[in-house]
Design a binder for this molecule. Structure first.
Ligand SMILES: Cc1cc2nc3c(=O)[nH]c(=O)nc-3n(C[C@H](O)[C@H](O)[C@H](O)COP(=O)(O)O)c2cc1C
Length: 354
């Protein structure tokens, strides 16, 4: 079946049909642009956009996009695909004239049916009571990998590639629920004999963070002085680290908990057991970092507790059986981190011995 008029190629139409959202650009009589995200459906050579505002809340005639279309029916709609794999980037832009289909007409009824077929959410909305925007395409332009499947790899790779260490945060609160999701991810990490040799402490209050920063700062000061750093440098670095702890909305301290591990008569196997526990703590931390990134949060890793575990336990009043190892900062990044992130090529890291 031919989907569209001659304006859209089959590839462009097929791409549009797969997209769930597009951006609709309109302009008023003076040419002032206005763009909004829209859900849309394509059929019979037209694109259809519902107006899902409740009629009583906002009279649809007051919507800027409607006022613009009435003043100036020339519109553009762009649907695009972004992926971390830039071989998959693509967009289709359609230029055309928009008109409003009034309820009760045959085309309006068909468009509402079409939109409900594509978006089940419209079933519960009275979109049939509002006009529907119909765009009659006049020109189309496109770029990129329209025909590629939506992804060439597992979606989790996008999360893994996107995650980055963040060291400065906005003062925006992190919901408790998000912190719980992050901890839930950590809890599902693999561990030796399934013993889960880690425990987490969540710190939010300024006073608690101050206590932690004070305790770790003392140790760090002693170490920096031992390294022969100047007083000025020592003070600067300590203040930087203190600020990093205080400015992060949430801190998650990850501690090793060795009580449930197997015990062996020889030191070598015992040491292997401990190493496995540390390895699995890293897995728990990475689960947490990825879950945070997936939730549109950012995170950073601070190793400072590793160098003064007893002081951290004391400052936070934790169970003395816990061995603090890593501190994750959690929040909303204040900006994209400046550091360039490089990774060695796989070829440098892997040998195959088939
Ligand atoms: C065990 C471990 C300890 C780390 N300690 C610190 C730290 O104390 N301070 C810091 O700023 N980043 C720390 N990091 C983060 C690394 O610097 C960061 O992961 C690395 O530079 C790669 O950058 P990316 O995470 O943005 O990919 C640590 C990471 C790991 C795995």
């Amino acid at each position: 079946m031919k989907l569209t008029s001659k304006v859209l190629s089959q590839e462009q139409a097929a791409f549009l049909v797969r997209q769930r959202v597009a951006r609709l650009a309109t302009a008023d009589g003076a040419g002032t642009p206005h763009a909004v995200p829209v859900c849309f459906a394509l059929a019979r050579a037209s694109l259809y956009i519902a107006l899902d505002e409740k009629p009583k809340d906002v009279p649809v005639s007051r919507l800027k996009r409607i006022r613009n279309i009435l003043e100036n029916p020339d519109v553009a709609l762009v649907a695009d695909r972004y992926a971390e794999d830039w071989n998959l980037l693509a967009f289709v832009m359609v230029r055309g004239r928009a008109e409003l289909l009034e309820p009760g007409t045959e085309e309006h009824t068909a468009a509402v049916r079409l939109l409900r077929g594509k978006y089940h959410q419209y079933e519960a909305m009275r979109i049939e009571e509002n006009p529907v925007i119909a765009i009659r395409p006049e020109r189309a332009a496109s770029w990129g990998a329209l025909d590629e499947p939506e992804s060439t790899g597992p979606p989790i790779l996008d999360t893994i590639h996107g995650r980055r260490s963040v060291r400065r945060y906005l003062s925006k609160e992190v919901p408790d629920e998000a912190v719980e999701h992050v901890l839930e991810a950590a809890r599902w990490a693999p561990s030796p004999h399934g013993r889960q040799p880690w425990r987490f402490a969540v710190l939010r209050r300024v006073e608690t963070k101050e206590r932690l920063a004070g305790a770790m700062g003392e140790e760090w000061r002693a170490n920096l002085e031992m390294d022969g750093q100047s007083t000025e440098i020592v003070e600067k670095r300590l203040e930087g680290s203190r600020r990093r702890l205080l400015d992060a909305p949430v801190l998650v301290l990850i501690c090793l908990y060795l009580e449930d591990l197997d015990t062996y008569p020889d030191a070598e196997r015992q040491s292997g057991e401990r190493t496995m526990a540390v390895q699995s703590l890293g897995a728990a931390a990475q689960n947490a970092l990825l879950a945070a990134y997936d939730l549109r949060l950012d995170a950073g890793w601070m190793c400072a507790p590793l160098f003064c575990p007893e002081k951290v336990v004391e400052a936070l009043g934790l169970d003395p059986k816990l061995v603090p190892h890593a501190l994750l900062t959690l929040g909303y990044a204040a900006g994209d981190p400046p550091k360039r992130r490089d990774r060695k090529a796989l070829a440098e890291l892997v040998v195959y011995r088939d």
